[in-house]
Design a protein around this ligand. Structure first.
Ligand SMILES: [Zn+2]
Ligand SMILES: [Zn+2]
Length: 117
C-alpha cells in the first residue's frame, strides 16, 4: 500500500516536472530570439499581428501634399513629419485619418509635453 502511494507520488512529481520542463521553455525562447534576430537582420522590429495590422492602417494615411506641418505650417527639420494621434490611443483614439495630424519634430515634441530650446 505504501509502495503504491510512493509510486503515485513519484508519478505526480514527474508530471509537475514535465509541466515545468525547462528544456521546452528554453527551446521556445531560443525560437523567439531566433525570430527576432531574423527580423533585426532585415532591419525590422518584432511586431505582433495586431501591431502589423495597425501599421498597415497607419501607412494608408497620406502625408500633406505641401510637406508642411499641420500645426505650425512650416517645413519640418531633419526629423521630417510624424503622425500624431489627436485623441490618444489610450483614450480610445483610432488610427483613422480624422484622428491623425502630421507634425514636425518640434510640434510633435510640444504635443507630447517636451519643450525644445
Ligand atoms: Zn510644426
Ligand atoms: Zn504623437
Amino acid at each position: 500500500m505504501i509502495k503504491m502511494l510512493e509510486n503515485i507520488f513519484n508519478l505526480w512529481l514527474y508530471t509537475v516536472d514535465s509541466l515545468q520542463c525547462k528544456g521546452f521553455g528554453e527551446l521556445k525562447k531560443t525560437q523567439r530570439s531566433f525570430n527576432s534576430t531574423l527580423r533585426a537582420n532585415k532591419g525590422l522590429k518584432p511586431v505582433s499581428k495586431k501591431q502589423a495590422k495597425r501599421n498597415g492602417e497607419l501607412a494608408k494615411i497620406e502625408p500633406p501634399i505641401d510637406g508642411k506641418c499641420q500645426n505650425c505650417h512650416e517645413l519640418p527639420d531633419w526629423r521630417g513629419l510624424a503622425k500624431h494621434h489627436k485623441t490618444k490611443r489610450s483614450q480610445g483614439g483610432q488610427d483613422s485619418p480624422d484622428n491623425i495630424i502630421w507634425l514636425c519634430g518640434k510640434c510633435h515634441s510640444l504635443f507630447h509635453g517636451i519643450k525644445e530650446c
